[in-house]
Design a protein around this ligand. Sequence first.
Ligand SMILES: [Zn+2]
Length: 79
Amino acid sequence: MPGIDMRKIYNFYPVEPAPSPDALPTGGNIYYECTECGQIVLSVPRIKTSCECGNLSGHGGKLTVKDPTKVRVVSGKLK
Ligand SMILES: [Zn+2]
């Protein structure tokens, strides 16, 4: 669902140390920033969602990552 700019609602902070691409964490305040298109999506999407380039897509609480090396894990806090 392109069009929602999460950065307008949340402040995002990189998760340090950066998690390994083959063991990405998930959680209600864990978001993935696609380094390909720059979009941010929740790691546990309840509604159907995807980033602009399609690297990240998911629904029903499960996110599919095509290329985990193009993901930056960030935590989000409501502004
Ligand atoms: Zn993308």
